[in-house]
Design a protein around this ligand. Structure first.
Ligand code: PLP
Length: 425
């Protein structure tokens, strides 16, 4: 499609967009009395208007039923989490028994490493990406330390080549082969938080298995953003947060995936009563009998007030479907890329989009190097109603989230960006 950087063209794209109606289902912050252009749904998604009714329902049940709400609420609390299995499994490409919701992301990855990072004297190394999200780096260091290995030996980072912004698949595969018999675990962010690069999870998972290792994925920037086929890719385990593309509210509950092939294995795990045999849970017996499936990794009874917004979001995703989200995502991301290139020509500036240009290697995020532009441009954007995020040294990350961003937003953003550059220089 031949794009044009005009308001009428952008409005035409909005008119053709089947998801455009969802925009009005979200609360937008306002700046100068106008709805903002929100590019930080990769950090904290906007609040869907329907979410409040899900939370109110729990508050009302708690007020009216108190402890009886566990069994007699419309959505009883004791098995509230089971409502996620079906819709969430479609979002991540899994069987319903392979997914569950619990805890928060880094906590879940730690717990999953209890089961899936079981180093031996000879096979103890972890492969991850260079400059992984800091929480993941601290997690790796503390896990390796906990098991008594030195982190500079046990943690192997895949590096970018000199002068390149993204990690090459071939370099991942070479590293996996090189570490070979010493490799215990491959655990990478499926979508890099900084560059927006999407890794070829299918190929990397197969390569890790060939080397005899377990392969897990941190899907913080992937869930609700890209097409996942976790079951078919034969991924061992994965976890994601729900507050980025999944719009479930600050710090909210995490989802996790454990492949069916591990459901019968007696893997070590840190257990709690919510992972115990459901029929016998309230008999308060001493002998732990894990529920078969991902639910068997549950520990505590669940924070229903935090699951309520997540359920609202999962219901919305189920209604829309990932295919429709991805179709719009590709188009709006391409349009944003086009607008950036057009503005770049006009202002003779030097933006450099460091996210891969190939739609198969990116989701809903463009990370843009603003060469020669300082933080003042970012501040100008914020003051003028464009919410982006700034990463050192001078990268802004832009996520045109398909559920609530419009094509006209992209056009408006381009104009504000241009005015900003003129006004600063
Ligand atoms: C956002 C993010 C996290 C956040 O972890 P929490 O435990 O939810 O605070 C972790 N890893 C990656 C890759 C992320 O992008």
């Amino acid at each position: 499609m031949q794009f044009e950087n005009t308001r009428s063209f952008a409005q035409e794209l909005d008119a053709q967009d089947n998801l455009h109606k969802y925009r009005s289902e979200f609360h937008f912050p306002k700046v100068n009395n106008k709805q903002v252009i929100y590019f930080t749904g990769n950090s904290l998604g906007l609040q869907p208007k329907r979410t409040k009714s899900y939370v109110d329902e729990v508050m009302n049940d708690w007020a009216n039923l108190a402890v009886e709400g566990h069994f007699y609420a419309d959505k009883p609390w004791w098995d509230y989490h089971e409502r996620f299995a079906k819709p969430l499994s479609k979002i991540v490409g899994a069987l319903p028994s392979e997914v569950t919701v619990m805890n928060t992301l880094t906590v879940n990855l730690h717990l999953l490493m209890v089961s899936f990072y079981r180093p031996t004297k000879t096979r103890y190394k972890i492969i991850c990406e260079e400059k992984a999200f800091p929480s993941d780096q601290y997690m790796f260091q503390s896990q390796v330390d906990f098991h008594g290995y030195a982190s500079d030996d046990a943690i192997v980072e895949i590096k970018r080549r000199e002068g390149e912004h993204n990690i090459r698949l071939e370099d991942v595969l070479v590293k996996i082969e090189e570490v070979g018999d010493e490799l215990a675990l491959v655990l990478i962010g499926g979508v890099n938080y900084y560059t927006g690069q999407v890794f070829d999870m299918k190929t990397i998972t197969a390569a890790g298995h060939k080397a005899g290792a377990i392969v897990g994925w941190d899907l913080a920037h992937a869930a609700g953003n890209i097409k996942l086929e976790l079951h078919d890719w034969n991924v061992d385990f994965a976890s994601w947060c729900s507050y980025k593309y999944m719009n479930s509210g600050p710090g909210n509950a995490s989802g996790c995936f454990i492949h069916e092939k591990h459901h019968n294995a007696s893997l070590p795990r840190f257990a709690g009563w919510w992972g115990h045999n459901k029929e016998r849970r309230f008999k308060m017996e001493p002998q732990f009998d894990a529920v078969k499936g991902a639910e068997g990794w549950q520990i505590s009874n669940l924070p229903i007030l935090s699951l309520a917004p997540y359920l609202a979001s999962v219901d919305m995703f189920d209604e829309v479907g990932m295919d429709a989200i991805i179709e719009k995502r590709n188009k709006i991301t391409a349009y944003l890329e086009f607008v950036l290139q057009e503005i770049d020509k006009e202002v003779d500036s030097t933006f450099e989009i460091i996210t891969p240009a190939d739609p198969a290697e990116r989701g809903c995020q463009l990370s843009v190097f603003l060469h020669g532009e300082g933080r003042s441009l970012f501040d100008y954007l914020m003051k003028n109603g464009v919410i982006t995020d700034w990463r050192e040294p001078n990268v802004i990350r832009l996520a045109p989230v398909p559920l609530y961003c419009s094509f006209e937003d992209m056009y408006d953003f381009g104009q504000i960006l241009k005015e900003g550059i003129y006004s600063i220089h």
